[in-house]
Each structure stands twice: as C-alpha cells, then as structure tokens.
Design a protein around this ligand. Structure first.
Ligand code: SAM
Length: 241
C-alpha cells in the first residue's frame, strides 16, 4: 500500500474512533495486495483503485462498528461476504469477534479463507452456502449473536434471510446506502413477520469520502416461524413486503 493509501486508511479509521496500530495497518496492506492479486485471476470485486478499496471496502466495512452494536466476544455471521467484506476488516481490528464470512459463491469464500490464513486471522471461519438453506440447519439456525451484511439485498429480503440465524436478543446490523422510507417500512413489516423489530436507523457519511450511508439494526425478538426462510431464490424474487 502506498503512503497515501495508509494515510487514508488511518484517517478513515480514526474518524470512526479506531486508532489502528502498525500491525493492523500492515494487515490491511497485505489484504490489499492479496485482493489485487486474486482479482487479476477472477471476478472478485468491482473496485480496483487503491483509494476506492481503502475507503469503500476497508473503511466502509469498519463503519458497522458505529453505535457499539458489535461490542463483546460475539459470534458474528457475515451474510453474503463476497470477497470478505465486512468480515475481514472486522477480524483485523477486532480479534475478540468470532467471524463467519458466508457466501453462496465457493470461489469467493475460498479466497476469504486463503486471505484469513495468510493474515494469521484465527477468528475467521468461512462458510459456503445459501442463506435460505444454511438458515434451516442445526448449528446455524438461531445460533448467532449478530448478523452483519453489506450490499446484499433490500431490507425486507435481508430480514427473511438473516433473522433465522439469530438467537433471541441477537441483532442484524445491515450496512446500506441511503434508504428510502418505502424500503424501511417494508423492512419493518418483514422483520415483524420473521421475529424481529427495527431498533435503529442511523444515517451517516462515509469517512473522508463523504458518501451517504445508513446502518439499520434489527433485534430478534421472537423465534422465526418454521416456514422461513422460504426456498432458495424465493425471498429475493418475492419479498415478503
Ligand atoms: N458483502 C460484500 C461486499 O460488501 O463487498 C459482497 C457484496 S456482493 C454485491 C453480494 C454477495 O452476496 C455476493 O457475493 C452473493 O453471492 C452473495 N449472496 C446473495 N444472496 C445470497 C444468499 N441468499 N445466500 C448467500 N450469499 C448470497
């Protein structure tokens, strides 16, 4: 990573109240190199420019730490992690979190596993599969303290995919761009249908870059009815609301 890239990373993290140490900065620099190397071989991420990766993947991933919703030694599922976002940046700065980056695309999850190993991140436990199927499995359903998710689906779809994984009192922390009132209202209704209640809607701007973002937090308030999630592909094709 160039000195400019390091400055952006440190400034961006600092705006979020995180003072990165030299080891963590080195970890991000290695992750950047791994991401670029793998992107040359496969379609891993749309972002290639160093500034974009630092701000829109690394710093953006860390914004889910805003609000203190992820404090403590929690078991956290990253639903639809793609190339490892937000899971890998979270694992780098929060060794106390146990992270399960999950995605339907095997080659992406394999990259995340290789990157975690190269970075010595023992708190990363990758998982391949679709949320609709994994969310019904023993050992997965109603077992997580938190689900984080970034750029995966609209809120009503996320509610159906994510809430089954959460134990009672667990939280979905969804990283969104600007959110329309209609999506929020549909998300509230979908959450209620699958055992959740919206607890927080926090608009903010991405450090340094200034892009509009929203963190939506949904609490698991009652067990998810057995009929959810519906079959693979149905939540996305026919959202609950
Ligand atoms: N979260 C990453 C990020 O912010 O860079 C990746 C976002 S990418 C746009 C969406 C990812 O979600 C894809 O990798 C896709 O395979 C995954 N995905 C979408 N629906 C899914 C599902 N039902 N179960 C598991 N993964 C899913």
């Amino acid at each position: 990573m160039t000195p400019e890239g390091q400055t952006l990373l440190v400034e961006g993290a600092s705006e979020l109240g995180l003072e990165l140490d030299a080891g963590q900065v080195e970890g991000f620099a290695r992750l950047l190199a791994l991401l670029r190397e793998a992107s040359a071989q496969m379609n891993l991420t749309a972002l290639h420019d160093e500034r974009d990766i630092v701000l829109k993947h690394f710093v953006d991933s860390l914004t889910c730490l805003r609000g203190g919703w992820l404090e403590g030694g929690l078991r956290v599922l990253d639903l639809g992690t793609g190339a490892g976002f937000p899971a890998l940046p979270l694992a780098l700065v929060r060794p106390d979190l146990q992270l399960v980056p999950m995605d339907a695309t095997r080659k992406k999850v394999e990259f995340v596993g290789r990157a975690a190993q190269a970075l010595g991140l023992e708190n990363v436990h990758p998982l391949v599969g679709r949320a609709e199927t994994l969310g019904r499995e023993l050992g997965q359903r109603e077992t997580y303290d938190r689900v984080v998710t970034r750029a995966v689906a609209a809120l009503p779809v996320l509610a159906e995919l994510a809430l089954p994984f959460l134990r009672g009192g667990g939280l979905l922390v969804a990283q969104k761009g600007p959110i329309a009132p209609e999506e929020l209202e549909a998300g509230r209704r979908a959450a209620a249908e699958v055992g959740g209640e919206v607890r927080g809607v926090e608009p903010f701007t991405l450090p340094v870059a200034g892009d509009a973002r929203t963190l939506v937090v949904v609490e698991k308030t009652s067990p998810t009815p057995d009929r959810y999630p519906r079959r693979e592909g149905v939540p996305g094709r026919k959202p609950l609301f």
